[in-house]
Design a protein around this ligand. Sequence first.
Ligand code: LLP
Length: 465
Amino acid sequence: MHIHEAGAMHGDFASLRPGWLGVPDDVNALLPRLWANNVARSDDGVVRLGGLSVADLAEEFGTPAYVLDEDDFRARCRAWAEAFDGADVFYAAKAFCSKAVLRAAVEEGLNVDVCTAGELAVALAAGIEPYRLGYHGNNKSPAELRQAIELRVGRIVADSYTEIERIASIGAELGIRPHVMVRVNVGVEAHTHEYIATAHEDQKFGFSLADGDAYEAAGRVAASEHMYLAGLHSHIGSQIFDTSAFEVSAARLVRLFARLQEEIDEPMADLDLGGGFGMPYTSQDDPQPPVDIAASLGKIVQTECAAAGIGAPRLSIEPGRTLIGPAVFTLYEVGTVKPVKLSAGASRLYVSVDGGMSDNIRPALYDASYSATVASRSSEAAPALARVVGKHCEAGDIVVKDEFLPADVAPGDLLAVPGTGAYCRSMGSNYNHVPRPPVVAVRGGQARVILARETVDDLLRLDVG
Ligand code: LLP
């Protein structure tokens, strides 16, 4: 048994919180970059989105609920499309996948990246034309590949020799020649503020650049009469703030691109740098604007292409989190509040809400940090160090590990957690048979449900005895 000794964690108040979390001057203040554009606390102390109060939203749609600022999402899509003018921006559907959101992304000029038949089905149900879709993943089944080829999706990203063979034989059988990109494992692994650039990266995706597999795979695709080699694809990680990681990756890709261009008959056009651009979850995170990211990536690609004596390829990127993440907050109702005494007179306020790890697994899975505010009112009370936890039967069911909330936070208060648009609903579960919350979109001051609340009946329907 692991016995936790009384130590730093149980010491004085200051040592209970992480170094980055300062005691707020005003516990009601919202840090603008953590919240969607149209969210603000009004003079009456209530948080509103596009003028709609969280109290009204909770009354109409219930809690917990994911609340999407659709105007904000659309503005982010436009900002990335404009910053990467001349390139293709694919919205990574895995971050959050619903008909309304995929349709909005396309209406704002983006393409969509899917990686399973399920995500593809949503895109098709949203009326998105298959040529606007990229299809990747490391284990696309023969049925999935057949469907993608029949539909003539814009690009299929091949991830293994097995897939290359499958695509060729399905293409031959159907008499369709799909556009295939080769996923390159560039040896750059990036997470948050750090990255490592090695020759080899020990993970399941792509063909190794260092081993010559990427070169070999691209050659095989180019040589096949059943596929077009459309270009090279990469993705180096998640929540990346350091553009130098992308620069190293882009430089390595361009060198391979140039070598292949010299040797193959039909030149490739596309270079995809993947997604992974960081978004702010807490005051620690301050990402660069897309124009700056586009400028530094464009420059490195141009420099490398000039050095290699080739024209610049058409760039593409696949952001998910940075587009949808900040556009959503989760609205919970506080159920219980419990001060838990720790040593040296310090205590932590455990605030239980009506959701938890089933609507946001990221704190439990990645130790991800979030922030929170009491949204239904402002408070004059002093800040108290709090931990927002869910209703699941698991000690690791944490929604916000460290946050200052007003000391008078009480049952019935509404609590909002910003930055929950990406990988929360899409990675949601039914643990403890808790149905998944709805997604409510607010556009132009009007709210509508775009993804309905799951019910216990929905879950029972699958339980066929
Ligand atoms: N393109 C490819 C090929 C990817 O694998 C991913 C994410 C993306 C684009 C989008 O990355 P984004 O811009 O959203 O960071 N569930 C984890 C992240 C896993 C992402 C996997 N691939 C999380 O909650 O952080």
